[in-house]
Design a protein around this ligand. Structure first.
Ligand code: SF4
Length: 191
């Protein structure tokens, strides 16, 4: 009759062998503390594509004013019905996107004909964008069409949204668009 080794018998034999040899496995391999043991968890959305996977961002730092928080880990959100905790190879590299000394943190401007980008302030960037939009709108706005019908439209400006735009950004873009009368609007919207 073939000998049948059960899981319980296997574990009992292993325990007896360990004791006989004088080994204390717990002392030999103390549990390692997880890098996310003391982190703050923030839920967000992967910015890379229109799938819109949810992520959990782990930040280290005790929220004291003299401590700069550091992102130590990003993982898929298991509570998300979209990705159920999974991330693709791009999404799983999000930490390197967040903690990256090559990341742009201020606007750069390259004048027409220039070869170099120069840093400018946010106020300068907003002022320039607002002025150019205003000048373009003043040139292209049509209050009435050729038959005298009220149209309030702007055909010389187009608006393009990206896959990283959330519902809230799209809501604001729509407000912006209708406020100016922009007709052309394209968006790889998510969610
Ligand atoms: S994890 Fe991958 S599939 Fe999901 S949103 Fe990011 S890039 Fe898209």
């Amino acid at each position: 009759m073939p000998y049948h080794l059960t899981r319980r018998m296997f574990l009992q034999a292993g325990g007896a062998l360990t004791t006989a040899c004088g080994l204390d496995l717990q002392a030999a391999t103390p549990p390692r503390e997880l890098k996310i043991s003391h982190t703050t968890q923030t839920r967000s959305v992967c910015p890379y594509c229109a799938v819109g996977c949810s992520v959990v961002i782990h930040t280290l730092g005790d929220k004291a004013r003299n401590v700069t928080p550091t992102v130590v880990h990003v993982e898929g959100d298991p509570d998300s019905p979209i990705n159920r905790g999974t991330l693709c190879s791009k999404g799983i590299s999000l930490k390197e996107f967040i903690v990256n000394d090559q990341r742009l943190t201020r606007p750069l401007y390259r004048a027409a004909g220039a070869t170099e980008w120069k840093p400018i302030s946010w106020d300068q960037a907003f002022e320039r964008m607002a002025r150019l939009i205003k000048e373009t709108r003043d040139r292209g706005f049509e209050a009435d069409d050729a038959e005298g019908r009220r149209v309030n439209r702007l055909a010389n400006v187009g608006l393009i949204g990206g896959c990283t735009d959330t519902n809230e950004i799209n809501f604001l873009l729509s407000k912006f668009r209708f406020g100016l009368g922009i007709l052309s609007y394209e968006n790889q919207a998510r969610l």
